[in-house]
Ligand binder design. Structure first.
Ligand SMILES: *Cc1c(COP(=O)(O)O)cnc(C)c1O
Length: 389
């Protein structure tokens, strides 16, 4: 049975890439083994006997994960890396050259911006950041040197939505490569390739791994020519996911469907609770009717995810007091794990953004981002209640 083509998401998450091996001598493991070997012996000089030579190039445990993640994004090809940023580095080095230009969302993950601005600028790759939640601004920023468009939806921490299909039409009309960072919704809720994206990027550190215990990144795509270049650069650069971390990610992703449902359910309950609380100034969650792009969020994805942001009345020190009073929510960066996390972007994840830019885009000193976990929601709400009091 080849489970990769079955329609059910949860079935693929469990079985794809891990079909038991019944060939003679194989053991029929239902879980792919952790192949720690860095090198693979061959019977004859000419060809590697089972297709494997050296783990940086190809490893059976990593390959199982790459196949599973490809199946989940309905992609023909998948590649796994030691972090989300390692995946992004390989993408940029494989598909761009000096003098090329990128149009990117101005509300992109901070580490991606740092990679563009402080690393790839040294190789004369230039970026124009625009508010890609307005697709016409993306089109206006394209120059004859533009090769690639890079977006993320929903964004972080403001949860703005990009119209992926509209941007993909602009991208295709100009022969560009559209990259979508799908970390926030995971393939369970959103499949950018089906909306016209060329390459999906993931930080599997977040929802895919899901347990805050393994870093990783992935690229998923259909285009065979790009895949060959990416695979070549994956091996040449060497930032591959280790066999053990591949195993942890394989283990984590099996419950992605269940986890995403619960993250979303808890996030919606918390958003509704905060909306009614007198100490809360505003709540940002794409699943709420009052989100300015609720209709678009609903149309292009099958869910709204587990991240929400809100502003409390008062000043930054009121926000800090509130955060330090929480007991169930951990005060920490990152997102997508089973445990609930809160953070203050102005001081933590987005502290490198200059204050005037933060104010301009709407990241105030009292804006709090929550990665809602899958604990009992009554405990989470009770914790918020006592800290707000
Ligand atoms: C965390 C994150 C990244 C970077 O991934 P790492 O695994 O931390 O390198 C990229 N994009 C988004 C949206 C992220 O949240």
């Amino acid at each position: 049975m080849n489970t990769k083509d079955l329609p059910g998401f949860a079935t693929k998450a469990i079985h794809a890439g891990e079909e038991p091996d019944f060939r003679s001598g194989a053991t029929g493991d239902v879980v792919v083994p952790i192949h720690l070997s860095t090198t693979f012996a061959r019977e004859k000089v000419g060809l590697p006997t089972a297709g494997y030579e050296y783990t940086r190039s190809l490893n059976p445990t990593r390959k199982a994960l790459e196949s599973k993640l490809a199946a989940l994004e309905n992609a023909d090809h998948g590649l796994a890396f030691s972090s989300g940023l390692a995946a992004e580095t390989v993408l940029l080095t494989a598909l761009l050259k000096s003098g090329d230009h990128i149009v990117a969302f101005d509300d992109l993950y901070g580490g991606s911006k740092r990679l563009f601005n402080n690393i790839f600028n040294k190789y004369d790759i230039r970026v124009t950041f625009v508010d890609a939640s307005d697709a016409s601004l993306v089109e206006k920023a394209i120059t004859p040197q533009t090769r690639l468009i890079w977006i993320e939806s929903p964004s972080n921490p403001l949860l703005k939505i990009c119209d992926i299909a509209a941007i993909s039409r602009i991208s295709a009309a100009q022969g560009l490569i559209l990259v979508v960072d799908n970390t926030f919704l995971s393939p369970y809720f959103q499949k950018p390739l089906g909306l016209g994206a060329d390459i999906v990027v993931h930080s599997s550190t977040k929802y895919i791994g899901g347990h805050s215990d393994v870093l990783g990144g992935a690229l998923l795509l259909n285009h065979s020519g790009y895949y060959e270049k990416l695979q070549y650069h994956q091996n040449a650069i060497g930032a591959v996911l280790s066999p053990f971390d591949s195993y942890l990610t394989l283990r984590g992703v099996k419950t992605l469907a269940l986890r995403m449902e619960q993250h979303q359910k808890n996030a919606l309950d918390i958003a509704k609770y905060l909306l009614k609380h007198p100490r809360i100034k505003r709540v940002i969650y794409p699943g709420l009717d009052n989100h300015p792009q609720h209709a678009l969020a609903k149309a292009q994805a099958s869910g709204y995810g587990g991240v929400l942001s809100f502003e409390i009345n008062g000043n930054q020190s009121d926000a800090e007091v509130f955060l330090e009073k929480l007991r169930v929510f951990a005060l920490a960066e990152s997102l997508g794990g089973v445990e609930s996390l809160v953070e203050l972007p102005a001081v933590m994840t987005h502290s490198s953004v200059p204050p005037e830019i933060r104010e301009q885009v709407g990241i105030s000193d009292t804006l709090i981002r929550v990665s809602v976990g899958i604990e009992d929601v009554d405990d989470l709400i009770a914790d918020l209640k006592q800290a707000l009091a």
